[in-house]
Design a protein around this ligand. Sequence first.
Ligand SMILES: *[C@@H]1O[C@H](CO)[C@@H](O)[C@H](O)[C@H]1NC(C)=O
Ligand SMILES: *[C@@H]1O[C@H](CO)[C@@H](O)[C@H](O)[C@H]1NC(C)=O
Ligand SMILES: *[C@@H]1O[C@H](CO)[C@@H](O)[C@H](O)[C@H]1NC(C)=O
Ligand SMILES: *[C@@H]1O[C@H](CO)[C@@H](O)[C@H](O)[C@H]1NC(C)=O
Length: 352
Amino acid sequence: MGIFHVMILFGLVPLLEVGIVGAGSPLVFNVLNFGAKGNGVADDTQIEGTVIAPNDPRKWRGIDPTLWLQFESVSKLNVSGSGEINGRGQNWWKQSCKISPKAAIKFADCSDLWVTNLRSVDSQQFHISILNSQRVTISNLKIVAPGLSPNTDGIHIQNSQHVRVEKSVIGTGDDCISIGTSVYDVHIEQIACGPGHGISIGSLGKYGTEATVEDVFVRFSNFYETTNGVRIKTWQGGKGFARGISFEHCNFTNVDNPIIIDQYYCDGVPGKCKNQKNTIRVSNVTYSNLQGTSRTPAAISLNCSQSVPCNLLQFDMVNLISSDHKINPQAYCINAHGNAKGFINPKISCLQ
Ligand SMILES: *[C@@H]1O[C@H](CO)[C@@H](O)[C@H](O)[C@H]1NC(C)=O
Ligand SMILES: *[C@@H]1O[C@H](CO)[C@@H](O)[C@H](O)[C@H]1NC(C)=O
Ligand SMILES: *[C@@H]1O[C@H](CO)[C@@H](O)[C@H](O)[C@H]1NC(C)=O
Ligand SMILES: *[C@@H]1O[C@H](CO)[C@@H](O)[C@H](O)[C@H]1NC(C)=O
């Protein structure tokens, strides 16, 4: 077990409390009582320790079960270290997800946030959530959980703008990185993803909600033995858009479905979600310089809504071959429009 090291450069917030839920009392530690200056200049790094969650979910009884570590309303925060944050999620994964904490580490209403050099293992659900935050850099993280642990997304980003996620290794039981609604200007680069469900925009538009996602760039990343590679998933009945998205210079190794747009996402209940008139509008999505191996015939699946087709899909240099030469990779196209140029394999019949 390493040392967890938090560097807190206080900006606008005069007081920061670190609440370690379930740690026994006191539940809240005021870092000012532990030598932090909080003057925006001093390096308040003396707050060290090993961060490990209680083994037993019953420790959360009577307190907010959606949280473990939370940083809220902080500007100019630098969380960095060489140690480990261990959510000991094994006992949570066995239970109904309704009572699981949503995130091991949640950053909410933060701005100018840096999260670097951390290692997060076996989170109860999402490892790291970035909510309602602006100007965030996440870099050099290692996030691990078993491939079969439920909903252990690596990094979840929602209601946040100007976010950079880079140089990180993420292997979990769900999406390596997932992007929710109201997200604008996100750069994801040099990620090694796997095992897990790949990098996902969505799911968006659940239960008729409105969602907007724009200017998301995923580049120079590798996917190893993931179920999906780069995915956009939306529910029928949603409102809003996902547009200006690009996936470039990525490699896939033994990935079930390397490229997928699924506008019929239904959380594992096929047929339960009816086609609807409202739907998230997916447009201007670029796939360029993507290559590797697909474990199923559905190497490319563009499954767009009947009421509002996907448009301005642009493919340029995409080559996906079979993992084992027994299957024949295909491109499936439903209500999808756009252009293809350069070498494209398998051929995408619906594009010009
Ligand atoms: C954050 O802290 C790390 C470790 O001390 C340091 O290397 C890095 O430069 C800091 N980043 C910023 C933006 O201050
Ligand atoms: C993908 O594979 C190619 C060929 O092996 C390599 O040149 C390229 O650097 C790889 N891309 C990444 C992001 O690792
Ligand atoms: C498509 O998205 C890119 C990247 O966000 C943007 O620069 C470009 O202007 C968009 N094109 C159209 C036609 O909207
Ligand atoms: C597209 O989605 C529909 C509805 O969920 C499903 O029936 C169909 O099999 C999907 N097609 C492909 C090629 O994934």
